[in-house]
Write a new protein. Structure first.
Length: 383
């Protein structure tokens, strides 16, 4: 890589630098009261216009370091794109593989309404240089939105190999549902294995999903005690994430108030934490990839291009069915459906608990699944 020389001053800057003196045969100059050795200073003549842009003399490796820091901390794609549009040099160095490999997930938070071939190419470029967030985001978009199942799974697998927890969890959901294939393509054991790997990396939804699988004996030998431990661990990590995001904020009493009947407000202002004990925290922000899926299908007729296909009812998920009756539905009301037990558990406490009502066939009171608080426990069944 070619490296430019560092900043150096022209002769017309002598007045700013101060008076030149001689000491022991070496040239020195007073700058802000300090004597500075300038005998080895390299000078250059000003350009034809009589002015010099000292930015051009910054080393390329220093500019790359700054751009890497920017890409890893950018709050939205516009923060980085605006820099690429500044000048030709920024555009060239900004597309360096080192810079793109450091990009954060928020830099890939593309709005569904702004999706274009250029956005697709940019994500592909970032994925090709090994950015795991780009691999996961592009994989989700290709698999669920662009209907390119094989390519989407390949990109998610590339991220999963690098221990990207959301990619591992998404692949687990695909295995649990047989997404992109038939009902016979389900592989529950593979789903549990992928979910366990994501849970080991601390993914909250994977911990919750694994806990429900163990409690229900779904794809793994039933172990209620171990499943409950994973659920409590998921809740504890959820609380830790909220406190890390808002370290200076005091914990409202409403988060830790015992509430045996309702765990969240009907307006969706909170999300359950330690739901066994009735605690609530603000709803976590969805991953940019999930937000893209939600926006992609919200602006289309029906939940999916095929009107018979439905979206996961959890608002923070956005996954659509890839075939009819792929998702499991609530066996109480039959009005909602979910891609996973984790989404079902979150949406039940967040919203559906106050909306769910038994279907007519259960109106006679033949409901046996009642918890200690008198609330009907929601059960998932295949559509």
């Amino acid at each position: 890589m070619r490296t430019r020389r560092g900043l150096c001053y022209s002769r017309d800057m002598d007045e700013f630098c101060g008076e030149e003196i001689s000491c022991n045969g070496r040239k020195r100059r007073k700058v802000a009261g300090e004597v500075v050795d300038c005998s080895k200073r390299t000078r250059f003549a000003p350009d034809a216009g009589g002015e010099r842009d000292f930015f051009d003399d910054l080393p390329d490796d220093l500019v790359l370091c700054i751009l890497c820091k920017l890409s890893s901390t950018a709050g939205c794609p516009a923060d980085f794109v605006n820099v690429l549009m500044t000048c030709k040099r920024f555009n060239g160095l900004g597309l360096n593989s080192l810079v793109l490999s450091k990009a954060s997930r928020r830099m890939f938070a593309v709005k569904a309404r702004n999706w274009s071939d250029s956005a697709h190419r940019f994500l592909k470029l970032c994925a090709d240089v090994g950015n795991v967030e780009a691999c996961y985001t592009l994989g989700m978009i290709r698999f669920y939105c662009l209907q390119n199942r094989g390519s989407g799974v390949s990109f998610m697998a590339k991220a999963a190999i690098e221990s990207h927890a959301p990619a591992l969890y998404s692949l687990a959901i695909i295995q649990f549902n047989g997404s992109g294939g038939t009902k016979n393509d389900k592989d529950l054991r593979a789903g549990v294995a992928l979910c366990a790997r994501a849970a080991f990396l601390g993914h909250v939804d994977a911990l919750r999903e694994l806990g429900h699988c163990l409690q229900d004996g779904y794809g793994v030998k039933r172990n209620v005690t171990e499943g409950r431990r994973f659920l409590i661990q998921a809740n504890a990590r959820e609380l830790a994430a909220v406190l890390v995001a808002c370290p200076s904020a005091a914990v409202p009493r409403s988060w830790l108030t015992w509430n045996p009947h309702r765990h969240a407000a009907a307006d969706g202002g909170g999300c359950p934490l330690l739901s066994d004990f009735g605690c609530n925290v603000p709803s976590p922000a969805p991953h940019p990839a999930n937000q893209f899926l939600s926006d992609w299908y919200s602006g289309r007729t029906g939940s999916n291009p095929g009107s018979e296909l439905r979206l996961c009812s959890h608002s923070g998920c956005g996954r659509p069915e890839t075939r009819r009756h792929e998702f499991r539905r609530c066996s109480v009301c039959g009005a909602v459906n979910y891609c996973s037990r984790a989404c079902q558990a979150l949406d039940w406490k967040l919203r559906h608990k106050v909306e769910c009502s038994p279907v007519e066939r259960w109106a006679n009171g033949n409901v046996n699944d009642v918890n200690a608080n008198g609330d009907v426990d929601e059960v998932m069944e295949d559509s």
